[in-house]
Ligand binder design. Structure first.
Ligand SMILES: *Cc1c(COP(=O)(O)O)cnc(C)c1O
Length: 388
């Protein structure tokens, strides 16, 4: 089946729920057993066994099944945030004495998890150039257990050569993890390109409406045992209402992402032609680092990208941003609405220092009319120039 059809149907079973289209929201801690034998037989090791609220309910199982179908995996875990899913994956596969390779373009809180808690637990981290490709082989040590990728990278949007990285990692028995929040399983499916585990901050495009926190990690059966064990051990499951919002948001993922792609391309192209813009960081623009790999491995581009504008002082920047009417300022992204934030990479790169002349902004282009968004930005640039 085509992705659009999977997105609409996966994980739903109306026949099991009185014909109701969406899965019911089960609020549960205690689950009652009829007999001692049934009580003793319940293990929580079966992914869909209803044992105790923490292990999940048909509400979370429905989302897990749907996300596994979307990503091309066998099953998924659902956590209370993207960050919780990342932590669960890393803790599932790492132990003291292990080494992990993390792309230098990783989401900043992922880096601080590695350099903070993982280091305290005796795990060594090496950051690598996101554009390293097959060259990753030179960095793999005997104790390298995970090669962590994120494509495109946070803030700078480099596209990684996942098949080449996976081949080198698997030759040395390391597993490959990919943060797939940007591609969302619709534009990018890492499990089909060699990754062992695909993680999404489903808070972003899966939920899609800026009203819930949700993290998902999807794997093939081969790795599910360890992942499920860490998931239930850490007690990281998402609550029923947020799981429900995740599965509801999922149903419109394809139409939303196609529109994010179209709108963001229009805004990015307009920005790239402005004299007050130094460069636009968007994987679908031909001069972008890894653009050829994006064309090979992705089927589209989502709404998040970067723009470097000619340096402005704080007052001029405030004049530009404070007056925007359609772009909100705030963290996260992936909802229907447009957002803008200035970015600071000074603490976020270890081996690929960011050469910056101007000021970096991250835009999330939402589902508004792109001409209205362009007019809002255009007025912002005029305020910037007037205040400079
Ligand atoms: C937001 C984000 C996360 C973390 O997700 P939360 O749900 O906010 O914890 C992880 N990776 C990427 C790329 C993100 O943008």
């Amino acid at each position: 089946m085509k992705p659009e059809t999977v997105i609409v149907n996966a994980g739903r079973d109306p026949e099991a729920n009185h014909g109701i289209v969406n899965p019911p929201v089960y609020h549960a801690s205690t689950v009652l057993f009829e007999t001692l034998a049934a009580l003793n037989g319940a293990s929580g090791k079966d992914y869909r066994q209803v044992v105790y609220g923490r292990y999940g309910t048909p509400t979370t199982f429905a989302l897990q099944e749907a996300m596994a179908a979307l990503e091309g995996g066998d099953w998924a875990i659902t956590c209370g945030s993207g960050k919780a899913a990342i932590a669960t994956v890393l803790l599932a596969f790492l132990k003291a004495g292990d080494h992990v390779l993390i792309t230098d373009s990783a989401y900043q809180p992922t880096r601080s998890l590695a350099t903070g808690m993982l280091e305290r637990f005796g795990v060594e981290t090496t950051f690598y150039d996101p554009l390293i490709g097959a060259g990753i082989a030179d960095l793999i040590q005997d104790n390298t257990r995970i090669v962590y990728t994120e494509s495109p990278g946070s803030i700078t949007f480099e596209i990684q050569d996942l098949p080449a990285i996976a081949e080198a990692a698997h030759a040395r028995d390391a597993i490959v993890v990919c943060d797939n929040t940007w591609g969302a399983g619709y534009f990018y499916r890492p499990l089909t390109l060699g990754a062992d585990i695909s993680i999404q901050a489903a808070t972003k495009y899966i939920v899609g409406h800026s009203d819930a926190m949700l993290g998902v990690a999807t794997a093939r059966e081969k790795h599910m045992d360890r992942l499920w064990h860490a998931f239930t051990t850490l007690g990281n499951n998402v609550g029923p209402d947020d799981a429900y919002l995740g599965q509801r948001g999922l149903r419109t993922l394809a139409v939303r992402l196609d529109r994010h792609h179209e709108n963001a391309m229009k805004v990015a192209t307009w920005l790239s032609e402005r004299p007050d813009v130094i460069r636009v960081l968007h994987p679908a623009l031909p001069d972008h680092p890894g653009h050829d790999i994006w064309r090979r491995d992705f089927t589209g581009a989502s709404g998040l990208f970067g723009v470097e504008i000619k340096a402005a002082d704080d007052d001029a920047l405030a004049a530009m941003l404070d007056g925007l009417e359609l772009f909100g300022m705030g963290y996260s992204w992936g909802g229907y609405e447009s957002l803008i934030v200035p970015c600071d990479l000074s603490r976020a790169r270890a081996v690929t220092p960011w050469q910056q002349e101007g000021l970096l902004l991250r835009l999330h282009v939402g589902l508004e009319d792109p001409d209205d968004l362009i007019a809002d930005l255009d007025a912002g640039f005029r305020r910037l120039a007037a205040a400079a």
